[in-house]
Design a protein around this ligand. Structure first.
Ligand code: DSN
Length: 480
């Protein structure tokens, strides 16, 4: 019951107040949209109570998720925790607006307010990334990539990208994804000894393959990416460069990782990984106005991106998500956000050092970003990433298994786990807690009885003991 109350409070009035306090512009635009529909502020303020009455089952499940998040350690590198102001914008009635097209050129009436929301979100995204163009309509990072690929390539055109088995993303050309279906994809590989990007080898491969597009950026790579080198390679072979920086975009905004914005022709990111709402963006720097020939006619790259967003790939944008992106990009301009990105990176570094001290095989010997990759197969014979993920989860530590470069285990088993520090950092944890977390992980992985690639046993009382320790730690750092 107490939990119910907390959950209620978190979702109900506090969200709207947080929005009012943190982002007056978006709040006022929403009020205006509310008035246009003849409703008042309470329309939004009561929404969580409405859910409780209308659908007890979903309400209870959300409460359970709140409880799970409060009592377990969130160490998934692809997750973050948005602010209540972002949640409030997500839950707002601008989601009801249908309006295909872009501000000033929509296919529907009544767009005065959503046009301003979208313009504000794009302006703030440009400011955050020091960019010259921002498209805030993509529904996700994958769709942002889809838009760029559709804008540049014809069926069968060549892409050079990093495969998922090396740490790349599905939307960079995996056979089963749309990218692999429609385009001719070649993968580049990490150095087999160092597990680092090998720019000389990528250059040689690019000269041989002559791709129309090179994609850089990864889902599982813990070291700095040299976007300048990638651009030199792309220029040498006459290819476009797409940097998908979903995992590290928060660090880039804060200056904690070099920016690709003026190196790559296109930069994409999901917006939830750096701590905003679900969604994506396409960003451009100095290549914004570069011309591309389409059906014999010259068009600016940014215009091509607009056209391939709608009607190319998407229909109506999600205006609640766009409003939430505006709120989030404003947050990224604050000193608090920027400092947190550096802290996130520092925490990952500490976690890596602690685990190395405990005898773990940390890939590349450490990290330059928010994630740490560990080869658990080298810790204990027969221990797989899948077993590590499952037994850690039973003890309240949430991570994901990861296939490592040149892994002998299949993708759904893997030899590794990937840890990330955005959520624990957001909730205020620091070096001391990283020390504690590595000790907890170590205790579980050394205790578990390995039976097979996915089977294991863990003693019941040990599990309860660990869960309580995790709960105690999380209790000191409640969700912010
Ligand atoms: N790319 C996935 C991950 O890194 O877990 C999420 O999109």
């Amino acid at each position: 019951m107490l939990l119910d109350k907390h959950s209620d409070k978190k979702h109900r009035g506090e969200g709207l107040n947080a929005l009012k306090n943190s982002d007056k512009k978006i709040y006022e635009l929403m009020r205006k949209e509310s008035k246009r529909l003849g409703v008042c502020e309470e329309y939004h303020a009561g929404q969580f109570g409405d859910l409780k009455e209308a659908d007890r089952q979903v309400y209870k499940l959300i409460t359970k998720e709140y409880e799970r998040l409060q009592n377990t350690l969130q160490l998934i590198a692809a997750e973050n925790q948005c602010s209540r102001a972002v949640l409030a914008a997500l839950g707002s009635l601008v989601q009801n607006k249908t309006a295909e097209g872009f501000p000033g050129a929509r296919l529907h009436g009544g767009c005065e307010v959503v046009d301003r929301i979208e313009q504000l979100a794009a302006a703030r995204a440009k400011q955050a990334f020091c960019a010259q163009y921002a498209n805030v309509q993509p529904h996700s990072g994958t769709q942002a990539n889809q838009i760029v690929l559709t804008a540049l390539l014809e069926r069968g055109d060549k892409i050079l990208s990093m495969g998922t088995d090396q740490g790349g993303h599905y939307s960079h050309g995996m056979k089963e994804s749309f990218t692999g279906k429609f385009f001719d994809v070649e993968n580049y590989y990490l150095n087999k000894q160092t597990f680092l990007l090998d720019y000389d080898a990528i250059r040689q491969q690019a000269i041989k393959v002559k791709p129309k597009l090179i994609i850089c950026g990864a889902s599982a790579y813990a070291r700095t990416i040299d976007f300048k080198k990638f651009r030199e390679i792309a220029d040498e072979v006459g290819a476009y460069l797409l940097a998908d920086v979903s995992h590290i975009s928060g660090l880039i905004i804060a200056g904690a990782h070099p920016s690709p914005v003026d190196c790559a022709h296109f930069t994409t990111t999901s917006t939830y990984k750096p701590g905003g709402p679900r969604g994506g963006v396409v960003i451009m720097g100095r290549d914004r106005d570069r011309q591309i020939k389409v059906n014999g006619k010259n068009t600016a790259l940014w215009e091509r991106i607009q056209k391939m967003t709608f009607p190319g790939v998407q229909g109506t944008p999600y205006f609640n998500h766009i409003a939430a992106k505006a709120v989030f990009f404003k947050e990224t301009l604050s000193d608090e956000y920027k400092a947190r990105q550096f802290k996130t990176k520092e925490n990952a570094k500490w976690l890596a050092i602690d685990l190395l001290d405990l005898g773990y095989d940390v890939l590349t010997g450490g990290t330059d970003n928010h994630m740490v990759l560990i080869n658990v197969g080298n810790l204990r014979k027969g221990l797989t990433g899948l077993v590590a993920q499952k037994c850690l989860e039973e003890c309240g530590i949430i991570v994901n298994m990861n296939q490592l470069p040149y892994d002998e285990k299949p993708a759904m088993v893997g030899s590794g786990i990937r840890l990330g520090t955005p959520v624990v950092t957001k909730n205020g944890m620091g070096n001391k807690e990283m020390d504690g977390i590595s000790g907890l992980i170590d205790a579980v992985l050394k205790e578990v009885k390995i039976i097979g690639d996915s089977e294991y046993k863990i003693d019941g009382s040990f599990k309860e003991q660990m869960k309580n320790k995790v709960k105690e730690l999380c209790g000191k750092f409640p969700m912010r």
